[in-house]
Write a protein that binds this ligand. Structure first.
Ligand code: MTE
Length: 362
């Protein structure tokens, strides 16, 4: 299915739609136009009738709910939040260049975007259902898309802690950038979990379940778990992995791109930086000599919780080869590791090593 002619970097496997913006369009604006917002799907976009759509709320609740979209819009206050969504696999390509990774999408730097989301607060819906038991600790989500076939016939799912689910930033969104949520982004309703890996923001949301344990879904128990660099697919014990939640601090050079030949003189370097959303980006440093010397980059706007920071800086470069590098810090003093080797993992998740872009100046 063509999503938009602007998404030229379409990455499909089988016939599943995955797409990102062309890099010359990435992170140009604080709010990403929907045509340029990356799409990450694990299966086909589900078929359903909007008229018969219901969100079911179950598990350790006082009242089970079955809500149509009209009821959600009517009965719960509409809340707006601008938030960045980033796939855990963003920047996997650099990890693959360092050491092979099997069966995962090789995202470059484009699996990220920022949208103005609007919808009901998940916390408001959970309050309406009532938390019935003190043992309730997790909130699990199920999409309407069937991801695994056969005996494992399972919908896409995952969970977050009850604490995070009750936080005011977590939305059940039915709008993106002031319009109805597009089908590719989870219409009619999706979870938006700001600050967490995109995988927890379940699209085409069919069910919410309050429970004592984490979701038993494949994408909580096998997918989207982090392991240290020495673990491989041969030695892995999935029970031992860390289910990914918050994103680590990261910064990326978007322009110029690697390998490009640039004219000597002033070179504008620009990109994005993002943390776990709760902590703002306080500092972005850029280097044009592989990290020997650094200069502070300028921010393009006031820091905003839950959203990326766009930045730029200028170097005067003489003819020859140069390595542009960027690193960032957030307000909790978190920063980025220098090498890919220290963050490589066999699934290729959360690469936040210093971002390096080799360029030639002529
Ligand atoms: N929800 C469902 N139902 N099915 C999916 O395949 N992919 C997840 C998440 N929610 C997915 C899903 C992943 S891995 C990411 S990164 C985000 O959706 C991507 O959201 P987007 O396609 O709107 O950018």
């Amino acid at each position: 299915m063509p999503l938009s002619d602007k998404h030229i970097q379409t990455k499909t496997y089988d016939d599943i739609l995955n797409a990102g913006p062309p890099l010359d369009q990435l992170a140009k604006e604080f709010v990403t136009p929907k045509e340029l917002f990356f799409v990450r799907n694990h299966s086909q976009i589900p078929h359903f009738q909007l008229e018969s759509y219901r969100l079911r709320v179950r598990g350790m609740v006082t009242r089970e709910l079955s809500l149509s979209l009209t009821e959600i819009k009517r009965d719960f206050e509409r809340r707006e939040l601008t938030a960045t969504l980033q796939c855990a696999g963003n920047r996997r390509e650099e990890m693959v260049d360092y050491k092979p990774i099997d069966d995962q999408l090789e995202w470059g730097i484009e699996a990220i975007g920022t949208a103005k989301w609007a919808g009901a607060r998940l916390g408001d819906v959970l309050t309406a259902a009532g938390i019935r038991s003190e043992a309730a600790a997790h909130v699990a989500f199920l999409g309407l898309d069937k991801v695994l076939d056969g005996a494992d016939n399972e919908a896409y799912g995952g969970s977050i802690s009850l604490d995070k689910a009750l936080a005011c930033e977590v939305l059940l969104a039915y709008e993106m950038n002031g319009e109805d949520l597009p089908l590719a982004h989870g219409c009619p309703l999706r979870v938006v979990v700001p600050g967490y890996i995109g995988a927890r923001s379940v699209k085409w949301l069919g069910e919410i379940r309050v429970q004592a344990e984490e979701s038993a879904n494949h994408f909580q128990q096998i997918g989207y778990k982090l392991f240290p660099p020495h673990i491989s697919s041969d030695t892995v014990d999935y029970a031992d992995g860390m289910p990914l939640t918050k994103l680590p601090v990261n910064s990326v050079i978007v322009r110029p791109q690697a390998g490009g030949a640039l004219p000597a003189g002033a070179v504008l370097v620009e990109g994005y930086a993002m943390s776990d959303g709760e902590h703002e980006i306080t500092w972005v440093s850029a280097s044009a000599d592989g990290g020997k010397t650094w200069q502070r980059a300028d921010f393009m706007h006031e820091p905003q919780l839950w959203s990326w920071q766009l930045w730029r800086t200028e170097f005067t470069l003489s003819p020859g080869k140069h390595e542009l590098v960027v690193r960032a810090w957030d307000s909790a003093a978190n920063s980025q590791p220098e090498t890919i080797a220290s963050v490589w993992n066999f699934k290729g998740y959360v690469n936040n090593a210093w971002h390096r872009v080799p360029v030639t100046v002529e």
